[in-house]
Each structure stands twice: as C-alpha cells, then as structure tokens.
Design a protein around this ligand. Structure first.
Ligand SMILES: Cc1cc2nc3c(=O)[nH]c(=O)nc-3n(C[C@H](O)[C@H](O)[C@H](O)COP(=O)(O)O)c2cc1C
Length: 387
C-alpha cells in the first residue's frame, strides 16, 4: 500500500527560506506516484523558480489572473493541500480569512484538510500571535507539523527548521491514510529473542524485525500510537517515526515488558519470533570440548497470561511454518486465544516480501506481497471486525 500512488496533491509554496528544499520534496512525491500541482506566491519566486518547479511537477501556477479561474479549477479532485514552507504571513492570512493572492484564495476555497509545514526564525515561531493563529487552524481541523529545532538562517539555532524530506513524506502519507486506528495504542513485538546458554553464547533465530517496523509505520500512518518491544534485529528503526522502542533480549524480558503495558493496549501485534525453547543459563563459560549436549526446555508462553482480557483488546498472532501452514496456524490461533493469526511461509524470514494466509475465526485470505502491504491488510482486517 502506497498512500501517495495516484493521488493529486496541491502544493502551496510561500516566501520562506526553506522553499529551496521543496523541489526535493516534490521529487519524492512524484517518485511515489503522486500528481503534483504547485502554487507559488510572488515572494516564494525569490527562493525557488517556476522554471525549476515546472520541470519536476505537473503544473505551476502563480497568479489569480491566469485562465480558467485557477482558484476554483485547482481544487478539483485534490484530496490534500500542503503548504510548505508555511511562512508567518500565510498562517496569519489563513487564520484570519484573508484572500488577496492566488495561494490565499485557494486556501479560502479548499474544503478539505490542509497540511501546514511552518518554518521560520524561532522568534517569529514563538510569537504569541503566531501561536494563536496555529491553534485556530488546528481547531478548524487542519494539520500542523511543528518545525524542528536546529540551525536556522544567520547562524542562529532554535525551533523553526523544516523537517527532513523523509519526515515530510511520512507526514504527507499520514495525511492521505484513513484514520483507522485513531486514538489506539498499538503494542508491537518484533525481532527474535535470545536465550542465554552461558555468559557468552545464546540460542536465537533469524527474525529481522522487518514485519514489526512495517506494522509500526502503518499503525502510525493510520493514526495509532505504536510502541515497539524489540529483541535483536538486523534492521535499524526509521528515525522519522515518533515511536518508542524498548529493547529486550529474552522471552522472559519480553513477557514482563508486555505485562507492564497491557492495561493500556488496544492492539497487540505479536510479530516477534519468541524462542520456543530456553535453557538454564550456566554461570561460567562452557569449555571447548569435542561434543556438547544441551537439554532445552519449553519456553514461557507469553500469551497465556493475556487470555483474560478486556473485550476491546485485540491480539494479532504471527506464525511461520515449513509445513501444514493453515492447520498449524489455526491450531495456534485457538491455543493462544488470538483474534487474528497471520501465517507466513518460511521464506518471509529476513525478507521484505512475504506470503501466507491471514486467518480470522470466520475466513481466510491468501497474501503474497511486501511486509508494508501486509501490515496495511492486517490493519484493515482488524478494523473490519472491530467496528
Ligand atoms: C531572505 C529572507 C528569508 C525569509 N525567510 C522566511 C522564513 O523562513 N519564514 C517566514 O515566515 N518568513 C520569511 N521571510 C519573510 C517573508 O518572505 C515575508 O513575510 C513575506 O511577506 C512572505 O510573503 P508570502 O507569504 O506571500 O510568500 C523571509 C524574508 C527574507 C527576505
């Protein structure tokens, strides 16, 4: 699922210094398959030229007095209007209903939500009149993404910097994604767990954590608040995503961290590969020898403690099998008391792609797709049961 694909996005650029970064943002939107039309204020033209923008977008507009009443024709079929950078002036005009050029007149005529990326010197940002205007726009349902703290023009530092291009894209994707998990706390486990044999060795598995990261991204895009409990993972988390991460090693630690948060959980996604076996840890390193026999024991069953749950708490289990995928996953779903089970073929481990079956009490759906796409399918599925 790519929230940008095929969407008509209208972009408004104002006379802020960060306007020079907007072509890079537009290029990423285009890479994602969006159709992008751009409106520039007269002052924005001093920072970025209509010529540059016309080579990378699907149209550039600068005047109210162009053909076909542009302030009315431009808003047709655009689900999203993004103002970037949103300078002090345009926030003031939008909040007080001034329409004295093309951009402010399109804002007046646009009926949907507008996504504002404010950027300016920190003194202007902190100005109470500006803050009041931002609150007013928020109260009207518009989306405001706060600028970041960092270096500003004239070698100053403070809050006012436009976020990175990848964060801008993430927030744009979020604005285009249905709010299926709005207000929900989503706890996601991922990666493998490690069971210590002795102080320097452990039993672990090949889980990469990729499914957990995909779930966290799509929970965020869908308006949820994701938190991750991660064992060792091959992949690093996306620094743009504002989720908390708790790192653990063993199944015992994961169990404890889930219990600590369980009261608040709306959706628990158990995508971690929790080791089925454990072993009493030797205090001293086992000496090298010709042969070593280890006796493994069944590990703790994390979901056992969560069986008596509130009606609105939803558990999504994950399994990976080399044979009898459907039967084994159905058994596991019943035994563990999951509301939904995602059964993956073994090739999914470590890969960006996966295939298998999503199993609910009443139906089954085959999938063969990326882990991002699977994350979105799961969210849509749980929402369809739970609404
Ligand atoms: C070099 C320079 C950089 C500026 N950078 C910003 C900025 O980053 N943010 C901002 O709010 N205003 C900035 N301004 C002020 C705006 O350009 C000014 O308020 C202008 O009236 C905005 O017009 P517009 O909203 O129609 O584009 C800057 C001005 C200059 C001369």
């Amino acid at each position: 699922m790519n929230p940008l694909f095929g969407k008509s996005i209208l972009i408004g650029i104002t006379g802020g210094i960060a306007a020079y970064k907007v072509p890079l943002y537009i290029r990423e939107l285009k890479k994602g398959g969006a159709i992008v039309k751009v409106i520039l204020t007269e002052n924005a033209k001093k920072f970025v030229t209509p010529l540059v923008l016309s080579t990378i977008s699907d149209g550039v507009f600068t005047s109210l007095w162009e053909d076909k009443i542009p302030h009315l024709s431009l808003i047709q079929n655009s689900p999203l209007f993004v103002i970037i950078p949103a300078d002090y002036n345009i926030i003031g005009k939008a909040a007080s209903g001034i329409a004295d050029d093309l951009l402010s007149t399109v804002i007046a005529a646009f009926k949907g939500r507008i996504l504002f990326f404010p950027s300016m010197n920190y003194r202007m940002f902190e100005n109470p009149i500006f803050q009041k205007n931002l609150d007013l726009l928020k109260n009207f349902g518009h989306l405001i993404i706060e600028p970041e703290i960092g270096p500003l023009a004239l070698e100053e530092e403070g809050k006012g910097r436009l976020p990175s291009i990848s964060r801008l894209i993430l927030e744009t994707e979020k604005a285009l994604t249905p709010d299926l998990l709005k207000g929900s706390y989503c706890l996601i486990t991922g990666g493998g767990t490690g069971e210590k044999i002795d102080p320097v060795r452990q039993i672990t598995n090949l889980s990469s954590g990729k499914m957990a990261y995909s779930l966290a991204k799509f929970c965020y895009l869908a308006g949820g608040t994701p938190e991750l409990i991660l064992g060792p993972t091959a992949k690093e988390p996306d620094p743009n995503l504002p989720y908390k991460i708790k790192r653990i090693e063993s199944a015992d630690e994961m169990h404890q961290e889930i219990l600590n948060r369980w009261e608040r959980v709306d959706y628990l996604f158990m995508s971690a590969a929790v080791s089925d076996f454990t072993i009493p840890t030797r205090r001293k390193k086992i000496k090298k020898k010709d042969e070593l026999v280890l006796k493994l024991e069944a590990n703790i069953d994390i979901l056992e403690d969560l069986k008596n749950r509130k009606e609105n708490q939803f558990i999504i289990g994950f399994s990976i099998e080399t044979e009898n995928l459907l039967t084994s996953a159905r058994e596991k779903m019943k035994e563990k008391g999951c509301d939904l089970m995602v059964a993956n073929e073994v090739d999914a481990i470590g890969s960006n792609l996966t295939s298998g079956i999503i199993i609910s009490p009443s139906e089954e759906e085959d999938f063969e797709c990326s882990k991002d796409e699977l994350a979105w399918k799961i969210i849509k599925k749980i929402k369809s049961f739970n609404s």
